[in-house]
Design a protein around this ligand. Structure first.
Ligand code: OXT
Ligand code: ADP
Ligand code: MG
Length: 570
């Protein structure tokens, strides 16, 4: 009737934004276009941080890294079919790395897609997404937004974290509903990732394995870094006195300079240990599946494994004492149960690990000093090691092959979650997305150390870095190619080798093209100066560091994974 107050309306756009904000999700990594352009604009208008990328893959990598750093799902938003597929690689990568992420993609009209009538960017995205994520949901009605977002958040962060897909048909965004009812329909997710404590019997079993240990080892993985129970992990390591081996993204959870760190005695620690506690690390390819020469005598090991996912147990080898739960709760329960159990630090074994590490470190140190021109990996990384030692608050992003493997062992990390790299899949192209997310989520300086090939997968995002004026220093290790820059064309023709790039490419000029600082350096001193200036000024900077094309190895440290032809004669 005419006496009624006019109905206040809300719509799908605003309900989606309100639902995210209600759950403390305040950042969206996206690439705009039909049908989500206005969604991004409204989100920005409603006070969300909306970071627009040049390609969805990098927006997706950024969202996944945001998930790793914050324990909240990082949100990536894309358009339909092609944009959605560009984001899918990142969604799959998030799931593979066990990082929480939500990919929100606009989609075309259901009734046209389902009858395959050729809609604009037609694709059955929901079905496509399913194999690449933990859960996939589609929203048909605006009134379901609250529940859908809640389900997406809980799926992404509970249990083993991973990627979630949320399908947003364009038409749904425009649906209206009464604003008050809309507000009531939103859901605040309570305790999205409940702590999980292991049963006392499981702890007692682990303690009895620890009591037998003569040469114990703790392997710390990025699941432990993700858990953010940094103090409890440190307490477990220090109370037990066991040496620890950090997987690459767990570096810094305890500083690499810690006296119990076995990183520089990796082979010895894996081969000669008798009891290994896995702390949020899978026994996958990165650990030779727990088998083979690297692990010493067959059957000579007992594993205690702490993991949030029960199905991870026995995936590759028998686990003598599975502890299913979150790292913090399991480690806490172990520490408490260790009291009065006579678990003493294994002094002789610790000494053995420590002396081997010292020898390896001394060998390494001598290689870091040379002032060769062109630089090799060691001389360039020696400089970056020093920079991070002096400015340990800087977040290190790292990808490439030699650039990755050598930086991992040379550059010490001093703080938890201050190293982000290629992860479980060894993906090239995570660098710029990871650097942008690290900067946005933490406000810290970021140093991205990139192979020239790795950088090529994501280089256009330097424009994004310049646009948002992020304090990111990208160092491109320019050795003119993939692995080594002096590859030959095995056919002997005029085409360049398959692994070669244009020599002496001016990546520095790419950064200058967008108003950032570009520097071309050929010596360790010039590299030091350029990186220090970048970190001091906070200006987007790309340092193009010339590296001897002959310095690297095929596939870095993992050349053994290349299949060999026994018949081909090149
Ligand atoms: O104990 P021992 O004696 O064994 O010694 C060990 C340590 O104890 C010691 N160490 C130390 N010594 C002294 N001091 C210190 N501080 C210290 N720390 C350690 O050093 C050794 C080695 O230690 P480490 O490194 O810990 O141990 P190791 O044996 O290497 O560990 C094994 C692994 C498996 C855990 C480790 O190697 C690892 O984590 N590896 C990850 C490898 C990885 O993921 N690589 C990336 C993929 S490679 C390839 O696939 C590439 N592609 C193909 C491609 C990809 N990936 N993605 C996409 C989307 N498309 C295509 C491409 C295109 S790489 C690539 C580009 C490469 O070219 P770039 O130009 O980018 O890079 P450059 O090579 O630089 O040219
Ligand atoms: P890395 O590559 O560092 O060895 P992985 O990614 O292989 O580490 O392993 C991480 C493991 O951590 C996964 O098996 C995952 O289920 C587990 N995980 C993730 N979050 C937690 C958590 N909060 N508590 C315990 N385990 C976790
Ligand atoms: Mg290279």
């Amino acid at each position: 009737t005419g006496e009624d107050a006019p109905l206040e309306l809300t719509d799908g756009f605003h309900l989606l934004i309100d639902a995210l904000k209600l759950n403390d999700i305040n950042t969206i990594y996206n690439v705009p276009g039909i049908p989500i352009t206005d969604l991004g604009r409204y989100a920005q208008a409603q006070g969300m941080r909306v970071i627009s990328f040049r390609h969805e893959q990098h927006a997706g990598y950024a969202a996944s890294v945001a998930g790793f750093l914050t324990k909240k799902p990082g949100v990536c938003m894309t358009v339909s079919a092609p944009g959605f597929m560009n984001g899918l690689t990142a969604l799959a990568n998030a799931t593979t790395n066990c990082w929480p992420m939500i990919l929100i993609s606009g989609s075309s009209e259901r009734e046209i897609v389902d009858l395959a009538q050729g809609d604009y960017e037609e694709m059955d995205q929901l079905a496509m997404a399913r194999p690449f994520c933990k859960a996939a949901y589609r929203l048909t009605y605006a009134e379901d937004i609250g529940i859908a977002v809640a389900r997406a958040i809980r799926s992404a962060v509970s249990g083993r974290p991973g990627g979630v897909y949320l399908d947003i048909p364009g038409a749904m965004l425009g649906q209206t509903m009464d604003a008050a009812k809309g507000a009531q329909s939103l859901v605040k997710v309570i305790d999205p990732a409940p702590r999980q404590t292991p049963a006392p019997g499981a702890i007692a079993r682990a303690i009895s394995v620890m009591k037998e240990a003569r040469r114990p080892l703790i392997v710390i993985g990025k699941g432990a870094a993700y858990d953010q129970s940094d103090d409890v992990v440190r307490e477990l390591v220090e109370k037990s006195g066991y040496p620890f081996l950090p997987m690459s993204m767990a570096k810094g959870l305890l500083p690499d300079t810690h006296p119990q760190c076995a990183a520089a005695a990796r082979s010895l620690a894996l081969k000669d240990s008798d009891v290994v506690i896995m702390l949020g690390a899978r026994i996958n390819w990165l650990l030779s599946h727990g088998k083979g020469k690297q692990w010493g005598e067959p059957g000579g090991k007992k594993f205690i494994q702490i993991d949030i996912d029960a199905e991870e147990m026995d995936s590759n080898v028998e686990i003598a004492a599975p502890l299913v739960g979150d790292v913090g709760s399991c480690a806490r329960a172990l520490i408490d149960a260790m009291e009065n159990e006579g678990i003493a630090p294994p002094e002789a074994w610790l000494d053995q690990v420590h002396s081997k590490a010292t020898v390896n470190m001394e060998k390494m140190a001598s290689r870091l000093q040379n002032n060769s021109n062109p630089m090799d990996y060691h001389s360039a990384l020696g400089v970056l090691k020093q920079v991070i030692n002096e400015q340990p608050d800087t977040i290190l992003v790292n990808e490439g092959a030699n650039t990755l493997d050598l930086a991992r062992s040379i550059i010490n990390v001093h703080k938890p979650r201050h190293r982000i790299d290629v992860g479980t899949w060894g993906v090239m192209g995570i660098g710029m997305g990871a650097a942008i997310a690290a900067s946005i989520e933490t406000g810290k300086r970021v140093l991205a150390v990139e192979g020239d090939s790795a950088f090529g997968f994501c280089g256009m995002e330097v424009e994004t870095i310049c646009r948002y004026k992020l304090p990111i220093c990208v160092v491109v290790f320019n050795n003119n190619g993939i692995y080594r820059g002096d590859g030959e064309n095995w056919g002997g023709g005029d085409d360049p080798a398959t692994t070669s790039f244009v020599p002496d490419s001016r990546y520095d000029m790419m950064m200058e093209a967008f108003g950032g600082v570009g520097v071309w350096v050929k010596t360790p001193d010039a590299l030091r100066q350029a990186v220090n200036a970048a970190l001091a000024s906070g200006k987007p900077t790309l340092v193009n560091a010339a590296i001897d094309p002959a310095a690297g190895k095929e596939s870095g440290n993992i050349g053994n994974l290349n299949p060999q032809s026994v018949v081909a004669q090149a």
